[in-house]
Ligand binder design. Structure first.
Ligand code: AMP
Length: 373
């Protein structure tokens, strides 16, 4: 196939896709609403709103395929492009990932366990939800929530008004608060060529640590993951790939909990139909990165192996830039800066620490944290 790959969104994920595609001889054309978006340095950039049809037509012109790096692509935008060139992952995946209710319904339809939840459309409903049980719950806007935004932790009915004010009185779901042992995610990838077995691959389960709803550290492979937990995550992810007729990288985030009999269980929290922050470690820590495999998948190329190479820990750089010299002085540290202006709580880069074993990575992480703070 010739022609550039069209990408909706020109943030850091677009930039890392561009960096991964260059050695494959691929070229890129991005559309982003903001001037100087991080992907500007790795391809042609069209700056326009996502509903600008002239700009969308220019994005498609001569392009082989379109993909996206954020899940809030407007449905009309995806439909407009899909009439002209193939869009992967399929727009159906966008529809589901944009609405927490549709996401949870998909999990239920596929027999994938998830946190207990109910829908909330009014303050009365929210108060009523606490009628017989005053345990803490998490109110989450159905749409447009990310990195803990559009969420409110309630300790009881008395906070109902405040919680709905905080999320802007939009339709929401109310999650039971899950006392998880850890958060894990799986990155699955499905290509366009070969048998289901040949065109499907999974990265090792990643252990994720969030603070304030934002991912801080990912570790992979997670030494505590047993083959049965890995198999469970793969089984659930495969059901989603099949149901959505999926092509590309898919991230599924889980809460790892203990069942009443002490067995490990995974509750699916959400999906992301794109390359994902919890897979950044794959750039140095896997045989083929999530970015390269996403491009191979959407471009109709064979997938690369997904096994880990040694062990990795990825640390997000949030808010302030560290001193480059200090980061690079840590052996095994790989620095990725996104070219974004530092701002409180903004992800502006990440560092992956890679070594031969998980024990060694922990040592590097301690050293890194001491130096960088
Ligand atoms: P989300 O936007 O759903 O990924 O939520 C962001 C973070 O909030 C998650 O990674 C968890 O750390 C936390 N969280 C979300 N839902 C729940 C829940 N039902 N119980 C406990 N913690 C949660």
């Amino acid at each position: 196939m010739t022609g550039p790959i069209a990408i909706l969104g020109g943030g850091q994920l677009g930039r890392m896709l561009g960096l991964a595609g260059a050695p494959l001889g691929q070229s890129f054309r991005f559309l982003d609403e903001n001037q100087g978006a991080p992907a500007s340095m790795v391809g042609e950039m069209i700056v326009a709103p996502y509903d600008d049809q002239d700009a969308l037509a220019r994005l498609c012109d001569g392009a082989q395929v379109c993909t996206y790096e954020f899940e809030n692509v407007p449905a009309d935008t995806a439909a407009f492009i899909a009439e002209r060139i193939p869009v992967y992952p399929p727009p159906k995946a966008l529809e589901v990932a944009q609405d927490r209710l549709l996401e949870r319904r998909l999990f239920a339809d596929l027999g994938i366990p998830a946190p207990d939840f109910c829908t909330i459309d009014s303050v009365e409903e929210l108060r009523a939800a606490f009628a017989d049980d005053d345990s803490p719950r998490l109110l989450k806007a159905r749409r447009l929530g990310y990195d803990g935004k559009g969420q409110f932790l309630l300790s009881g009915a008395k906070e109902a008004e405040r919680a709905l004010d905080a999320i802007g009185h939009v339709p929401a779901i109310l999650d039971g608060f899950v006392e998880f042992e850890r958060e894990v995610s799986i990155l699955a990838v499905r290509g366009r060529v070969g048998s289901d077995e040949e065109r499907t691959a999974f990265y090792p389960l990643t252990h994720n640590i969030h603070r304030g709803g934002i991912l801080r550290v990912s570790r992979a492979p997670d030494p505590d993951v047993t083959p049965d937990v890995e198999a469970l995550a793969q089984d659930y992810a495969r059901r989603i790939l099949d149901a959505l007729d999926y092509v590309g990288v898919l991230a599924v985030e889980f809460f790892w909990v203990r069942g009443p009999d002490g067995s490990a269980q995974l509750l699916a929290n959400e999906i992301a139909p794109r390359v994902h922050n919890s897979g950044h470690w794959t750039i140095e820590g896997a045989e083929t990165s999530q970015f390269e495999n996403h491009l191979r998948a959407v471009g109709g190329l064979p997938l690369g192996p997904t096994h880990a190479v040694g062990a990795s820990a990825m640390v997000n750089i949030i808010g302030d830039l560290p001193r480059t010299e200090a980061v690079l002085a840590v052996p095994g540290a790989h620095l990725h800066l996104y070219g974004k202006e530092p701002r409180p709580l903004r992800k502006i880069g990440h560092v992956t620490l890679r070594a031969d074993s998980a024990v060694e990575v922990e040592r590097l992480l301690e050293r890194f944290t001491r130096i960088i703070g």
